[in-house]
Design a protein around this ligand. Structure first.
Ligand code: AMP
Ligand code: ZN
Length: 109
């Protein structure tokens, strides 16, 4: 998707530092952190939201990426969140999973 900011990040257009990556997804720090640790797990493939997901393995791979990321950075306790749709607060329409660790400042992500 040409105009998608997360597709551009996945491609490396902004030289974003990846905290973790694998064949399925990249993981980077949220630019506007709402917790001590606030990461985004972003699939390499463009899918607009959870509502467009048809493949259980695809979403399973993303959840395993959450686990692998937290293991790598030594984060034992964390919350995960997916905003789906504008009314729920989704602002970037490329599916992503928020990882929130430590003190959480807001749940309005
Ligand atoms: P959501 O509101 O669930 O769609 O989450 C989108 C998140 O992406 C927000 O928490 C933003 O702060 C974050 N975000 C937007 N642009 C960037 C960027 N260029 N790099 C890192 N995080 C971003
Ligand atoms: Zn995209």
């Amino acid at each position: 998707m040409e105009d998608c900011i997360f597709c551009k990040i996945v491609k490396g257009d902004f030289n974003t530092e990846f905290v973790y990556e694998n064949e399925h997804a990249v993981v980077f720090k949220d630019i506007n952190p709402k917790a001590d640790t606030h990461l985004l797990v972003v699939p390499r493939k463009h899918v607009a939201s959870l509502n467009e997901v048809e493949d259980a393995e695809f979403i399973g791979n993303l959840m395993m990426t959450v686990k692998e990321t937290c293991k790598k950075i030594g984060l034992k306790s964390y919350k995960t969140m997916i905003n789906t749709g504008k009314e729920a607060g989704q602002t970037v329409f490329h599916l992503h999973i928020h990882i929130l660790g430590g003190e959480i400042k807001s749940f309005d992500l």
